[in-house]
Design a protein around this ligand. Structure first.
Ligand code: SF4
Ligand code: SF4
Length: 376
């Protein structure tokens, strides 16, 4: 007998998804063209047609823990072919944005991060934290001595670590809480909807799936399946590998500083510096390409969450490069000022990561691993 399902629309969910760029969901008349043209959708219970009806009916529980919303890479193939201009790609993006907010705590912080009117607060917080902590500890020196421009003389590496190590722990804790709920919900949803037959989560098999998925992510396989928006894979790859490069560089310099006690500034001939510089350039170019792509797509919805992330990525790259260039050029006051602004961007990127669109990297990776495990 067909399973009976009691429909309980969540009107607040419909409103929120609409505000995040998914207001076209109600135009859908369920022709299923989108599910047919989607290059990623599986044959068994394909998406995004069923997600479109769930979004327009406000079936939050069917969507927030739905693995399929994360399999979509927003290529836009379905949106281009939709005869009703219901823009399923944008609707799924809005649902993902909602899901990130659903799993991130505290909710009050999520509301601040996603409210454009609160943007000045997000930038004021690190400014106040840096100045107050810097003055209390004496680790922020507005008048560094000596001819050589050394950022650490102005903003001590100790101060950087006092701020960013607790921040790192905070981010890991928030993701830990969110992902624990997400994995449980996603598994229950997959069982309920017949997307997997595996009743229990097997850690050994999940680890194997992690190994299977890493090359898929590194090669951007899913992006290259798109036909409409394939160029996006280039800019996405540039930003993706830039972040990986900068993460590796930061960790290497952390070890060099605290284990080997070698203080910077480090030579430009140092290979680690090359990685840092290449990553910085890739970040700026990748962010510019992404912004250009967004601006050229009149029909694609770009929500505040998208602009906030793009602005952060570009700001991070530009201030990082300018701080280095002015340092090498010996313009001390300008270099220290730009370095301070750069750290404000780093703080924003890092502290609010679980609430921003960048969190999709974590949730999508987990969903891809689960999809591989569930044989979806
Ligand atoms: S979103 Fe468009 S293509 Fe997909 S089912 Fe609805 S009307 Fe058809
Ligand atoms: S945006 Fe692309 S990946 Fe996402 S559902 Fe549409 S066709 Fe599939």
């Amino acid at each position: 007998m067909t399973e009976r399902y009691l429909i309980q629309p969540d009107l607040e969910f419909i409103k929120e998804v609409s505000e995040r760029g998914g207001e076209t969901a109600k135009k859908c008349f369920q022709c299923a063209t989108c599910s047919v043209v989607c290059p990623i959708s599986p044959d068994n219970k394909p998406f995004p047609r069923k997600e479109m009806i769930a979004a327009s009916w406000g079936l939050k529980d069917k969507l927030v823990s739905n693995l399929d919303i994360w399999l979509c890479h927003q290529c836009g193939d379905c949106s281009t072919k939709c005869p009703r201009d219901a823009r399923p790609g944008d609707v799924l993006s809005a649902v993902r944005s909602y899901a990130i907010s659903e799993y991130a705590v505290p909710k009050s912080l999520d509301k601040i991060v996603n409210d454009p009117q609160k943007l000045p607060i997000l930038f004021a917080v690190p400014v106040v934290v840096f100045i107050v902590l810097g003055l209390i500890t004496g680790l922020l020196n507005f008048m560094p001595k000596g001819d050589e421009v050394v950022h650490a003389k102005f903003f001590s590496t100790w101060l950087v670590d006092i701020v960013f190590i607790p921040l790192f722990i905070w981010v890991v804790a928030i993701f830990g809480l969110g992902l624990t709920r997400f994995i449980k919900d996603m598994h229950e949803n997959a069982l309920r909807e017949g997307k997997t037959t595996k009743k229990e989560l097997n850690i050994k098999e999940l680890l194997q799936s992690v190994l299977n998925v890493i090359p898929v992510i590194l090669r951007h396989d899913k992006f290259t399946k798109c036909s409409e928006n394939q160029d996006r894979s280039v800019s996405h790859m540039m930003v993706f590998f830039a972040f990986i490069g900068l993460f590796i560089v930061t960790n290497i310099f952390f070890v060099v500083l605290y284990v080997f006690k070698i203080h910077g500034p480090y030579s430009q001939l140092n290979p680690v510096k090359w990685v840092a510089n290449f990553s910085g350039i890739a970040l700026v170019i990748g962010a510019c390409l992404m912004i250009k792509d967004r601006l050229s797509r009149e029909k694609q919805v770009t929500a505040y969450k998208d602009w906030y992330l793009l602005g952060l990525v570009l700001g991070l790259g530009v201030t990082g490069m300018l701080a280095e260039m002015t340092r090498l050029g010996g313009i001390a006051w300008l270099s220290y000022l730009i370095y301070f602004i750069h750290l404000v961007f780093v703080f924003n990127m890092f502290a609010f990561l679980p609430f921003s669109k960048l969190a999709h990297f974590v949730y999508r990776t987990v969903a891809l691993v689960y999809a591989d495990y569930a044989k979806r």
